[in-house]
Write a protein that binds this ligand. Sequence first.
Ligand code: WTA
Length: 638
Amino acid sequence: MGKNKKNKSAQGSAEIYYPSPEVVERAHIKDYDSLYKRSIEDREGFWAEQAENLEWFKKWDKVLDDSNPPFFKWFVGGKINIVHNAIDRHLKTWRRNKLAIIWEGEPGDVKTYSYHALNREVSKFANVLKSMGVKKGEIVTIYMPQIPELVIAMLACAKIGAAHSVVYGGFSVEALAERIQDAKSRVLITADGGWRRGKITDLKKIANEAIERSPTIEVCITVKRTGHDVYMENDRDFWWHDLMALPVASPKCETEVMDAEDMLFILYTSGTTGKPKGVLHTHGGYAVYTSTTHKFVFDIKDEDRWWCAADPGWITGHSYIVYGPLINGSTIMMYEGAPNHPYPNRWWQMIEKYGITILYTSPTAIRGLMRFGEAWPNRHDLSTLRLLGSVGEPINPEAWRWYYRVIGHEKCPIMDTWWQTETGGFMITPLPITPLKPGSATKPFFGNEIAVVDENGKEVPPGEEGFLVIKKPWPGMARTIYGDPDRYKEVYWKDFEKQGWYKTGDSARIDEDGYVWIIGRIDDVIKVSGYRLGTAEVESALVSHPAVAEAAAIALPHDVKGNAIHTYVILRAGYEGSPDLEEELKKHVVHELGPIARPESITFVDSLPKTRSGKIMRRVLRAQALGQDVGDLSTLEQ
Ligand code: WTA
């Protein structure tokens, strides 16, 4: 990127960073405008061309079936398996011996897998699953730390046609139990624990408690990671390594032929109402979408070492640790633990040690590491880096500039990618050749038409805030909410039903140059450290404590986390608010949901502002907390 060409005017928003000739020279895509135009004019043709880069057992009959909106189908009639594309086909080429995974544990242990070795482990575990009676179409729940076995387990499920539901290892008992129950999983795959900041996270203990609440679980397979004592029940609990040593765990396993539209996974994500939604993705369209976006946006080449520093338990990990990169035959880096353990140079040290070329992370991680100062990254040779990425929430320009200058040495463009669990992959994003404005996700990816509109669907003028909508279907889109198609329609498609647009739940503005600036969620979803939580989940965790009659949760700005959860609680008769009770309630939320949901504050109140229909007015609580005008209270219950 041209430091010389950096042209900063008096207004911050006019700050533009142009790509250097070297970046442009090596980029896959050199002209965004013309390809974008083509991809819009002939959307199906564009996607068919991308799909040709994958191996299909049988080619599709129709690219897009839009006869029953919003239930769109892609590559109809096509037969494929995403694992065939992520592993099997590479074995026929020199990539067989290429590193697929470099993994480092928090204590410093290292494991590497070539594509050949990854195939062996996946095939063996796929046979183990089969021996446990796992069938095509059934949903296996996975609850693991960031270890290679998590990726192996996901791929093994997909290989035999079972779907996976990965529950983030930072979630706790109730969150896990609820997800197991919704998916009606028979099999749970977990680990005894994982390492985080030098401590063991006791996953098996949480899993055992969740199994108690989940009658469908028959089998639990546990990876021995930390080696501490855990409770294992006869005939229900099996050690991963024991099973993998049995003759049934043969390294030969046929990859199941799947329909393009068959379920690949569900991933639960938080929404506006209580129960998390199982967002469903499929083998065909998702494979095409994740691999194409990964390749074009991060300009993936065979010599790259790609590090997406997210947790595989979230969509970012599914799409850009596991599926997109492996389909592209990349070498992926994975790290188990905290970025600042034992010191704040841990990440920079690993970039130097492994020669990472692309780092993709979140604004919250950048802000967190920025706090420790430049001396930590400056001690390391980061010259292998050529591109950087950001995801999860809007990146504030200050963090952007630090990332660009201190980590990227002013030569690595930052790909600020806007997308969602529901979109499967990047929707609004720069390419390496895009002139960048810090804080803007820039422009739509190929094939995507977006708009910022008012509640009637009328486009708002440039610079004004409105609802961000997506106008046309894309291959990576969620197909439904598992078991609840009506909710899928209601949540995403009802508000702009007439126009047939997808409502993202975000507000945004588009500037004079057509650059998109994401402002944030307009619903009751909170992004804490980039993780998605629903206010309703936190509230119901609080209300499940015997002392709590009613609760409200809101998001308030936080320097590092982006947002923090603040809560208001009405106690039941006979209880009195105290610092001890406050601490107890915080711990209770952590026990039910996980550490990311721990409220920053709990305020004991006698009443909550409500509408006449009884809905809590979180906007009023927020305004009060921020010392702002509370606005129109005419609908408030008196
Ligand atoms: C937010 C994460 C601004 C947004 C992949 C979206 C972002 C929600 C960005 C989805 C970005 C994600 N800039 N905001 N680059 N990326 N978001 O489902 O509010 O965990 O709706 O998917 O994250 O969160 P989810």
